[in-house]
Design a protein around this ligand. Structure first.
Ligand code: HEM
Length: 153
């Protein structure tokens, strides 16, 4: 399971890279009144794919590392901020982020003007990226802190 945890930890950087690239494209596209380009499409497609992969790895960890089992003793686990974070908060906020990315991608495809496409990118992917940033157990977050980079020990 250590390798899965390492993958999940490292893969966050791919998600963030594609997320910020998408956001940058959305901002420059919307405020610069650019046409919707191949780079816009590529960035949000890669953001979506990276979120899909991260969700899959997260689900493996959730079901095999004992987090799902903790739901049986929900009362006690909700009192413990560390267990509450990994059994409920992290998983549910990031599922919402994942849904936003998928709805966002469909909404961008459906929008009929370049301005509308960039606006949808900004709203949906912006919210998703914000949710991702606040749900990561950064080393500076007390009680739930995890390293920036995890490797074999
Ligand atoms: C964009 C989405 C996500 C990002 C960026 C992300 C990021 C992270 C990071 C950085 C850690 C700490 C890894 C470490 O200890 O070094 C972590 C832990 C964890 N994540 Fe995620 N995660 C995401 C989505 C999810 C989802 C959707 C689930 C569940 C369905 C999930 C389940 C978990 C679990 C269970 C742990 C704790 C693993 C353990 O210590 O046993 N993650 N996540």
């Amino acid at each position: 399971m250590q390798i899965v945890l390492i993958l999940h930890s490292l893969f966050r950087w791919a998600v963030l890279l594609f997320g910020f690239w998408t956001l940058l494209n959305a901002i420059t596209g919307f405020f610069g009144k650019r046409t919707y380009s191949a780079s816009d499409n590529r960035s949000n497609l890669l953001f979506m794919i990276s979120c899909d992969i991260q969700l899959l790895i997260g689900l493996i960890l959730y079901f095999t590392n004992g987090w799902f089992d903790r739901l049986k003793d929900l009362g006690n686990n909700m009192k413990d901020p560390h267990n509450r974070f990994f059994t409920m908060e992290h998983m549910s906020l990031l599922l919402v982020a994942w849904v936003m990315v998928h709805i966002g991608r469909a909404a961008v495809k459906r929008a009929d003007t370049d301005a509308a496409k960039h606006k949808k990118m900004l709203i949906f992917f912006g919210i998703a990226l914000l949710l991702i940033l606040v749900s990561i157990p950064w080393p500076f977050r007390q009680v739930i802190e995890r390293p920036y980079f995890r490797w074999f020990n």
